[in-house]
Design a protein around this ligand. Sequence first.
Ligand SMILES: C[S@@+](CC[C@H](N)C(=O)[O-])C[C@H]1O[C@@H](n2cnc3c(N)ncnc32)[C@H](O)[C@@H]1O
Length: 336
Amino acid sequence: MPAVKIPREKAEKVKKTLKKLKIYDGRRRPKRAEDFIFLPVLDPNKAQRLGLEVVYIDLPLRPERQIYKNLESVLMEKLSPEERKHLRRYDIIGDIAITQIPPELEHRKKEIIEGLLTIHPFLKVVAVKGSHKGAFRIREYSIVWGEKRLETIHRENGVEFKVDLSRVFFNPRMKGERYRLAQLTEDGERVLLMFAGILPYALVIARYKNVEITAVELNKNAIKLGMENIEMNRRRLKGRIELIEGDVFKVVPGLQNFDRVISPTPKGVDALSLALSKAEKWLHYYDFIHENELGRFKERILEKCRKQGKDCEIRVKKVSDYKPHVFKVCADVRML
Ligand SMILES: C[S@@+](CC[C@H](N)C(=O)[O-])C[C@H]1O[C@@H](n2cnc3c(N)ncnc32)[C@H](O)[C@@H]1O
């Protein structure tokens, strides 16, 4: 498949340009080779017209794309091309498959379940997801096959999480984000994790780095699972985690400052000022932003920084699609 061969130091800039021109192939992983990076492109002719060196090289699909493609291919003979267009991405959490069945495929539920079981023979539960509800952001699910439970053990980034999807929030698609933050974090840092949930971020960071993490969460069920998760992973962790039960807005003002603050902010909550006020070196602030509002979002953070007498450098990263034109983003804010 087509890719452009770019010297490492220019890769970020070229990637931005390719994305702007909508010819960057985000479904595939870029590849590093010595001083170069191969960036996947959708339109080699257009890339060539930009003066870039086009090569043909095997770049694997990102795992989530691969997973989706697998379902499409096992259902190749059972579903018509029109029906296959309605197939949605699904997630595997431990031995539970979480899928969506749009109205156009309701009559194909049996085939979709069989397809999932063919690809993942270890599955014990297949559930269809509804929307997130309330302050704890718990999703509604209906179990369509298998055991009547939503509790499981999920493995990711070298740690294990006990999850009960009927009582707590958990998003397996943030695996890459958790790894990214673990790589950015440095040994010896004091880290504050607001809205900690069952501790996926805290555990992945503590797995890789010798840090002191303070985590705050309000949902009692998440606290209970979080405590179990610390125990379950204890021998794997380089860092230490203190988990505080309580409301972030009441607990955090009374805490010390931290080298790094992470806020996987629940949708509709504004914790920016609070998170920023506790960050001495870095803040990673998650929010849901319309693509036309990205500049305004950055401005808002800069304004808050100025108000708090901080000089900041901000990079906003799109983390995942939320709905058309709206993205979950992470603002990486560095205090200068
Ligand atoms: C989007 S989830 C993120 C959870 C976790 N960090 C993760 O990535 O799996 C937000 C979490 O914040 C918790 N929460 C909501 N409001 C809170 C508050 N005022 N104080 C502390 N935790 C809160 C919810 O229970 C939920 O676990």
